[in-house]
Write a protein that binds this ligand. Structure first.
Ligand code: 5GP
Length: 125
């Protein structure tokens, strides 16, 4: 079910539970600002999610209300994870879904990192 990204943050969402260690994940990176882990239902040979440590519903919420330090830390973490996964030379794709039309399902900001094969052109159906 897609979520309404204008609603307040719900601390019972699945990624909040992963951040609190209540649900396991296959972690690939963690620092003060971000946690990265493999997607449970990968759509590419490499499919990793990067989430901020702070409580933000979406990219919209984050870009409007996060501190400069949180934004810098999160953006740098996405780059660091992508480099550590060896994706820069072959190339990769970033995606952040925001709200109903994008079909965002988890109401905690996450950036998808896709790679590991030629991904083809981005398709809108
Ligand atoms: P969205 O559609 O919100 O952009 O993407 C949510 C992503 O979270 C999906 O790709 C889905 O497979 C992934 N996901 C949902 N629940 C879990 C979970 O419990 N663990 C992990 N690792 N990924 C999850």
């Amino acid at each position: 079910m897609p979520i309404d990204a204008t609603l307040p943050y719900d601390d019972q969402n699945i990624f909040a539970k992963i951040l609190r260690g209540e649900i396991p994940c296959k972690k690939v990176f963690e620092d003060d600002w971000a946690l990265a882990f493999h997607d449970i239902n990968p759509q590419a040979p490499t499919h990793v999610l990067v989430i901020p440590k702070g409580a933000y519903v979406s990219w919209d919420d984050f870009s409007a209300t996060a501190s400069d330090a949180e934004i810098a830390g999160f953006v740098r973490a996405v780059g660091q994870v992508s480099r550590a996964l060896g994706l820069v030379e072959p190339g990769y794709r970033l995606l952040a879904n925001i709200g109903m039309d994008s079909h965002q399902e988890v109401p905690h900001l996450h950036v998808h990192i896709f790679g590991g094969k030629p991904l083809g052109p981005m398709l809108m159906r």
